[in-house]
Design a binder for this molecule. Structure first.
Ligand code: GRF
Length: 220
């Protein structure tokens, strides 16, 4: 592509993943940040960076599909090449999701397919896992269920709590999400009915090391 990738983001919360994306100085143009919460910190992060914002309140709409048509319609009007769900906490109507196949990614704080949905850190501890992580996947109608493209891992120790896991994992999320968006922006990661990395269909998720090196290494 001979121009920066146009990226829109949706977020419901404080927006630290959005801030990491901005700080990474990727070859992207952030064209819109949207939220289902008018007071989301992510909207302030966007405004501080000079990025246009929109917010829509679900209670103003008759049902999920009507809300999603409004919000995702506004996103489509910004003509993004890629939509990033960066802590967007609502289930999306299946008919709306269908319009975004191969064009939307989500970051989720678990080693998918483990722990789709909420309370991932708690569920990881309850299961006695020795390893936890975060995943970036393409968005499909199944919640947290689309093809996983990349993961970051952390070790779980005996003293860990939900809070310590969330804190340590967030540091890795802030490398993982920019790494994936960067890979899409440079054309290394593409969608051709399935994720394709460096010209080869992705058989298993890419791993980013916890060494602070945001470049991908293929899993062994
Ligand atoms: C992250 O842990 C993300 O994986 C999850 O929600 C959190 C969002 O944090 N889905 P932030 O709003 O990016 O700070």
């Amino acid at each position: 592509m001979d121009r920066p990738l146009r990226v829109a983001a949706l977020a419901s919360g404080r927006g630290s993943n959005l801030a990491a994306l901005i700080a990474a100085h990727l070859p992207i143009e952030l064209v819109l940040v949207g939220s289902d919460k008018a007071k989301a910190g992510a909207l302030q992060v966007a405004r501080d960076a000079g990025i246009p914002t929109v917010s829509f309140s679900p209670k103003d709409y008759a049902d999920r599909a009507a809300f999603d048509r409004a919000l995702f319609g506004a996103v489509a009007d910004a003509r993004p090449d890629l939509l990033v769900l960066a802590g967007y906490m609502r289930i999306i109507d299946a008919t709306v999701v269908a319009d975004w196949e191969g064009k939307a990614i989500n970051i989720h704080p678990s080693l998918l397919p483990k722990y789709q949905g909420l309370h991932t850190h708690r569920r990881c501890l309850e299961a006695g896992d020795t390893e936890h992580g975060a995943s970036v996947h393409y968005v499909t109608a199944e919640l947290d269920g689309g093809p996983v493209v990349a993961q970051a891992r952390i070790a779980v120790g005996p003293a860990d709590t939900e809070e310590t896991l969330a804190q340590r994992l967030l540091v890795e999320e802030h490398k993982l999400l920019p790494a994936v968006v960067g890979a899409i922006a440079t054309g290394r990661l593409q969608w051709n009915g399935q994720p394709v990395f460096d010209g080869t269909p992705l058989a298993s998720p890419l791993d980013i090391s916890a060494q602070g090196d945001p470049s991908f290494s293929r899993p062994v």
